[in-house]
Write a protein that binds this ligand. Structure first.
Ligand code: 5SP
Length: 232
C-alpha cells in the first residue's frame, strides 16, 4: 500500500552506512508523500544490515503511526514537525557524522571559507542552540524540531537556501526535495565541516570567503541564469 514510499525511504537510509555517515543504528532518513499526507521513516534501533523496505514505518505529520509493525525512529517527532512546517521539503536526514557533530558539540556555526561551501549555500551553516531543560524534559523530539525552525526564523534564513543545520550538542539534520537529496546534503555537510575544521587547523585567522567569489559560485549553480551542469 505504501510500497513506493517505503522503497524510497529504505534506499535513502541504506546510503548512510555506504557513505560513512553512520555507525551501527545511528541516524535516520525519512521520505514524504505529500499527496497522502504521510512519511516513511526508519524503524528505531534496527541495524542497517537487517533493514528491509517493508520495515519502514508510515507516520502522519503528528508523528502517529499509520502503517507498520515496528516502532518508528526515536526522532520521528522532529521529522514530523519539519514536514508540517516546511511544506515544500520531500526528505529529511539525521546523522551523527563525525565532523558535523564536532562543530555541533562546540556550538559553532560553520563559517563559509571556500567555494565548496558556496557551491551549496551562500550562508554559514547555522548551529541551533542547545535545548533548555524544560524542552528536554518536555516533548523533547518535538522541541528539537522547534529549535531548528526557530533558529532559521531568528537568523532570517530560508530553508530552501540552507538545507542543513547543526543542533548544538547533538548533530546535523539535512533536508531536500527528496530523501535522496537530503542524504546528499548530509554528505556535503560532513565534507564542508571537515574542510572548515582543517582550514582552521592550518590558519586560525582564516577569513570568510569574499562575497563576489561566494556569489559567483552560488549563483552559477542556483541562480536564475545558472549554467552549472547539463541543465536537466
Ligand atoms: O540522535 C539519536 C540518538 O541520540 C538517534 O538519531 C539515533 O542515532 C538513531 O535513532 P533511531 O532512529 O534508530 O531511533
Amino acid at each position: 500500500m505504501y510500497t513506493t514510499l517505503q522503497d524510497e525511504c529504505y534506499e535513502a537510509n541504506m546510503q548512510l552506512p555506504k557513505l560513512g555517515l553512520v555507525l551501527f543504528t545511528f541516524g535516520n532518513v525519512s521520505a514524504v508523500d505529500r499527496g497522502r499526507g504521510v512519511f516513511a521513516i526508519k524503524p528505531s534501533g534496527v541495524p542497517y544490515a537487517l533493514l528491509k523496505p517493508s520495515d519502514m514505518v508510515i507516520c502522519d505529520y503528528e508523528a502517529r503511526v499509520v502503517a507498520g509493525t515496528l516502532r518508528p525512529s526515536s526522532d520521528t517527532k522532529t521529522h514530523a514537525l519539519l514536514y508540517k512546517t516546511w511544506s515544500d521539503i520531500g526528505g529529511i536526514t539525521h546523522t551523527h557524522s563525525t565532523y558535523a557533530v564536532a562543530w555541533a558539540q562546540a556550538g559553532l556555526d560553520i563559517p563559509l571559507f571556500g567555494t565548496t561551501h558556496a557551491d551549496h549555500t551562500h550562508h554559514d551553516i547555522p548551529c541551533a542552540p542547545v535545548l533548555t531543560d524544560a524542552m528536554i524534559q518536555g516533548d523533547y523530539e518535538h522541541e528539537t524540531g522547534n529549535q531548528i525552525i526557530n533558529a532559521f526564523r531568528d537568523k532570517s534564513l530560508s530553508h530552501k537556501e540552507v538545507e542543513m543545520v547543526l543542533l548544538q550538542n547533538h548533530g546535523p539534520f539535512t533536508w531536500g526535495d527528496t530523501a535522496e537529496k537530503s542524504v546528499y546534503n548530509a554528505a556535503v555537510l560532513e565534507e564542508i565541516a571537515r574542510m572548515a575544521h582543517l582550514t582552521l587547523q592550518l590558519n586560525a585567522d582564516t577569513q570568510r570567503l569574499k562575497d563576489t567569489l561566494c556569489q559567483k559560485h552560488y549563483q552559477r549553480k542556483h541562480g536564475t541564469d545558472a549554467y552549472y551542469g547539463q541543465g536537466c
